[in-house]
Design a protein around this ligand. Sequence first.
Ligand SMILES: Cc1cc2nc3c(=O)[nH]c(=O)nc-3n(C[C@H](O)[C@H](O)[C@H](O)COP(=O)(O)OP(=O)(O)OC[C@H]3O[C@@H](n4cnc5c(N)ncnc54)[C@H](O)[C@@H]3O)c2cc1C
Length: 382
Amino acid sequence: MNKNYDVLVIGGGINGCSTAYQLAKRKKQVAVLEKTKVGAEASSAAAGMLGAQSEIKENSPFFDFAKSSRDMFPDLIPELEEKSGISVSFVQNGMLKIADTMAEKEHLEEMYRFQKKEGEQVEWLSSEQVEQIDPSIQGEHFGALYIRGDGQVKAPELTKAYARAAAVEGADFYEYTPVLQLIQKNGSAIGVETPGGSFYADQVILAGGAWSRMIPSLGEQFPELVPVKGECVSLRVSAPVLEKTVHASDFYIVPKPGGSVIIGATEREGEMGKEVSASAVQHLLSKGFSLVPKLQDASWETAWAGVRPQTLDGRPYLGQTHINGLWLAAGHYRNGILLSALTGKWMADLIEGKAADSEWLAAFSPQRNLSEKEEPIVGIND
Ligand SMILES: Cc1cc2nc3c(=O)[nH]c(=O)nc-3n(C[C@H](O)[C@H](O)[C@H](O)COP(=O)(O)OP(=O)(O)OC[C@H]3O[C@@H](n4cnc5c(N)ncnc54)[C@H](O)[C@@H]3O)c2cc1C
């Protein structure tokens, strides 16, 4: 089988599918090559928070990119739902960032002052006000940062919606098609090899999440990605317990339309695999119960794990690699659902030579100087 396309996308996670959607809309001939099924990895493990403001204390290209991506969802979601026929359960019920320690209170107050100064929509609530807004929050706390407009989606559904909408726009999807090797000619990427044959294209975009570096012969200059496994549990409530997403210093609770409540997530750096440890289940349940005791009446639903792709400085790699014609869209760590909207558009702009914002070009370039280590950006979202 020999196939020719304008662009090949390696990886059918949320960022590969969003990129394929934007390219197909621009009439590019696109193929997505996925080693198992669309959304099989991190993108279906995510809690689906779209929080661009919940960890930011200073201006940066990352903050700017995250806010711009968040602001795309209110228009993008109806478009995807209509084209795909898939509901992604987008709600904008807000997020409470709970100060569950005094140190966390100081940290959140600093964030509050910065964001207020920047004109962001953010409020500071005393612990009494928190309990008035959501009476089921009972554990010890010292107030909360309230981000009224924050939204969330069902991440597995959003991933499928991007994929289905991309297919409607003409993209081809090849599931159970692992890319084994990059095909290069005179130092440029011109295609890929799979067990089913070769595919050729003018441009190849690698969106393989935490697995992106595992394709042989990418070379020493290919940037580092660190896998960080995360485990979540989900409970079922018969009547709504929480209305808003609640984010404490090392866990969160996300109430989903339909009665599921997700409690997440662990951070196991360097680990891959989908097993869920008994200790993770115990840890997450005890954290959740201590803040929202009513959750003890919920019934057990399920537990799962996924692998976040982390970069050395916490910013995703979005751009041209050291191999001509090979682009990278990976390393979204804890924010890949939030960043998916703009990742797709940005990658399509790059491929078309239309990406003019030089601040983002340099900040997210896979070829940036990673020897100058920054404080990693810990998750905005999970
Ligand atoms: C527990 C947990 C909770 C999270 N919660 C949130 C949240 O609330 N909000 C948020 O914004 N983010 C969240 N995240 C982060 C988010 O899930 C990731 O950043 C995002 O899913 C990464 O998407 P991706 O498309 O880059 O990678 P993935 O979803 O991992 O997709 C990569 C795909 O590439 C395929 N692939 C890899 N190598 C090959 C190959 N050689 N050939 C073919 N296919 C290949 C894989 O099979 C996979 O399907 C969470 C993550 C975890 C684990």
